[in-house]
Design a binder for this molecule. Structure first.
Ligand code: PMP
Length: 402
């Protein structure tokens, strides 16, 4: 085990007092005090909203809201704040690209390559746009290592490929595909690339310029921020090619009954009163993260997952792990026992993990299972959590195997 000390780190998270053994951080992370306090302070002390009113408090809020855009840009090493679009989350960001950028560019017979390991959020929007236009979604199968098989990618890309949609990190196995190789192959045949960073943004820092990614999406709530806030990064030329998706207040400069003139990028994609509290919370999360030793924290979570995997394998006959090596996510099954039965007993023991298909039905099908359990570790987890998981699993299997 590494020397990261989770005790002081845990003190940032008041929810740990009630959460018991929380091993569901891949679904959503607990929130540190810095985020809770920034959000509370906003609701207690701020007046007005952004981009609308002239009074001082509203103007200051607008400045704060817009400076958070620059903060996110720096986090991703995006060239400027204007390449950041606020969304509700990863799901909305991907749907925005599907409808605003891809849909007007798709002809019948065009292709979208999507890996078999994707979360439904990075599959269904492409299926929808393909159905709307007569295009085809092409499956990029996983290999024996449960990662999208890079050796197959060249044979799937061709002059009709408009987009490659790929997750930075699987929300089931925790596996990370070879992004530089995949992006280079896609660009070589003229396709653009969208990376779903919902999981990856938490575990592996990303440099959207070094990777030459066209679009990158993530959600604040997995990165210790609030729910209902997310980010779409787009290259300037890609965002300039997009047409506004939703119409409403503040996404235009002029409107009459003949039509409207859209605002500049990125504001033309942000119709309506935005989630100001969410953006302030995300900004607080990024500020807070700057003081955390991310490398040590990540190593600690990975070590806990590895330890749990080793101990469960030793304790439970029929234990099968789908964990990618070096991941803090531990997806697994126990032969002969249904994952739903296990998770119910674990919940009764106060151990919070997930069971089911994890919004990744094609991946589960490729793994040959109809569901699995997933314990996801974060730096606020401790060795006690591993003990609790192993004890609860052993007790559950004893009951269910009877
Ligand atoms: N992609 C991946 C890999 C995810 O894990 C998730 C969240 N489970 C999403 C996309 C969707 O994120 P959200 O629900 O926050 O939009």
């Amino acid at each position: 085990m590494t020397s990261f000390d989770p005790i002081p780190f845990r003190q940032h998270f008041p929810a740990l007092t009630d959460a018991g053994c929380y091993l569901d951080s891949a679904a959503t992370a607990l929130k540190p005090l810095a985020v809770i306090e920034a959000t509370e302070q906003f609701y207690r002390q701020s007046s007005g909203t952004v981009h609308r009113s002239q009074f001082a408090a509203a103007q200051q809020l607008t400045e704060r809201y817009e400076s958070a855009r620059g903060q996110v840009a720096r986090w991703l090493n995006a060239p400027d704040a204007q390449s950041i679009v606020w969304t509700k989350g990863t799901t909305e960001a991907i749907n925005l690209v599907a409808q605003s950028w891809l849909r007007p560019r798709l002809q019948p017979g065009d292709e979208i390559v999507v890996s078999e390991a994707e979360h439904h959020a990075n599959l269904v929007p492409w299926l929808m746009v393909a159905r709307q236009t007569g295009a085809t979604v092409v499956k990029w199968p996983i290999g024996r290592d449960r990662l999208p098989d890079i050796s197959l990618l060249p044979s799937l890309l061709n002059a009709r490929t408009r987009l490659l949609a790929l997750g930075q990190m699987s929300n089931v196995t925790g596996g990370c595909p070879d992004l530089p190789a995949a992006v280079a192959l896609a660009h070589a045949c003229g396709a653009k690339v969208l990376i779903d960073g919902a999981q990856g943004v938490v575990h592996c820092p990303v440099d959207v310029q070094a990777l030459d990614i066209d679009f990158y999406a993530f959600s604040a709530h997995k990165l210790y921020g609030p729910t209902g806030t997310g980010v779409l990064y787009g290259k300037a030329e890609r965002l300039a090619e997009m047409t506004p998706w939703q119409g409403g207040g503040k996404m235009l400069t002029q409107v009459n009954f003949e039509g409207f003139t859209p605002q500049a990028v990125p504001w033309c994609f942000e119709a309506g009163t935005p989630n100001v509290a969410g953006v302030i919370g995300l900004s607080a999360a990024l500020l807070w993260l700057k003081d955390i030793d991310g490398v040590a924290a990540e190593r600690w979570s990975r070590d806990l997952a590895a330890l749990a995997e080793t101990r469960l394998a030793a304790a439970l006959p029929g234990f099968e792990s789908y964990r990618a090596s070096g991941s803090s996510l531990l997806a697994f099954n126990v032969a002969g026992v249904h994952h739903s039965d296990i998770v119910t007993l674990l919940a009764e023991s106060g151990v919070a993990i997930r069971a089911g298909q994890h919004c990744a039905q094609p991946l589960l099908a490729a793994l040959g299972v109809n569901g699995c359990l997933r314990a996801s570790f974060a730096p606020y987890n401790s060795l006690d959590d591993v003990d609790a998981l192993v004890a609860a699993m052993t007790a559950a299997i004893t009951i269910l195997a009877d």
